[in-house]
Design a protein around this ligand. Structure first.
Ligand SMILES: [Zn+2]
Ligand SMILES: [Zn+2]
Length: 95
């Protein structure tokens, strides 16, 4: 299989596609690939903010100890993105 095809397959298979993309210039709906609106380019992998939202939706965070659906925080202050370990946790859970 050519590398380009394999990449497309990986992008389709990314579990973060199960949530809509919150990226302001993308806004892909659930199960649609992320795109760059200005030129219509389809991205190989979802936007970081989408992966972050997905991890927040499906996984607990072992870093700041929150349940699925609750944003990550640092000493009680909500963080704009989840901890890397939460994304790893989500990947492992759904692999
Ligand atoms: Zn996106
Ligand atoms: Zn966290």
């Amino acid at each position: 299989m050519p590398a380009s095809l394999r990449h497309a397959f990986r992008a389709r298979a990314h579990p973060a596609r199960s949530v809509p993309c919150p990226h302001e210039h993308c806004r892909a709906r659930a199960h649609q690939s992320c795109i760059v609106r200005v030129n219509g380019r389809v991205l190989d992998k979802p936007h970081a903010s989408r992966i972050s939202l997905w991890a927040q939706t499906v996984a607990c965070c072992i870093e700041c100890v929150v349940e699925p659906g609750i944003p990550c925080h640092h000493n009680g202050t909500p963080l704009p993105a989840v901890h890397d370990r939460r994304i790893q946790e989500a990947m492992v859970t759904l692999a």
